[in-house]
Write a protein that binds this ligand. Structure first.
Ligand code: AMP
Ligand code: ZN
Length: 112
């Protein structure tokens, strides 16, 4: 999508520190990490946010979670991790392309 920073990252038009890529998703390190390990996984298809996930995109989202399980095992998130997706203004979503934060490498505090 025009002017979407994550679409531009996927297209290689904006540099990123790639963690993983396949035909359906792209993973890269967050530029402002909130934990010792913090990367993002995004679908290559532009979906604005979690409230736009449909039955048609459900398999894609399931695939992303399988990728997250594989990557966290490979990257040594041995003691656990957190997956977060912010949706909309109240959640503080700043980039309007669906993305899953994967956070670990320390004991993460509870949140509310
Ligand atoms: P959210 O607030 O859930 O929309 O998260 C957006 C995330 O994207 C933030 O954690 C940003 O640090 C991250 N981010 C924004 N621009 C870039 C970029 N060019 N490369 C990597 N991460 C980015
Ligand atoms: Zn996009």
């Amino acid at each position: 999508m025009n002017n979407c920073i994550f679409c531009k990252i996927i297209a290689g038009e904006i540099p990123s520190k790639k963690v993983y890529e396949d035909d359906r998703c792209y993973a890269f390190y967050d530029i402002q990490p909130l934990a010792p390990q913090h990367f993002l996984v995004v679908p290559k298809q532009h979906i604005a946010a979690a409230n736009e996930i449909t039955e048609d995109s459900a398999a894609l989202v399931g695939h992303i979670f399988a990728v997250i399980a594989k990557l966290t095992a490979e990257l040594g998130f041995a003691d656990g991790f957190r997956v977060v997706t912010n949706c909309g203004e109240d959640a503080g979503q700043t980039v309007k392309h669906l993305h899953f934060h994967v956070l670990g490498g320390k004991t993460l505090g509870s949140f509310n």
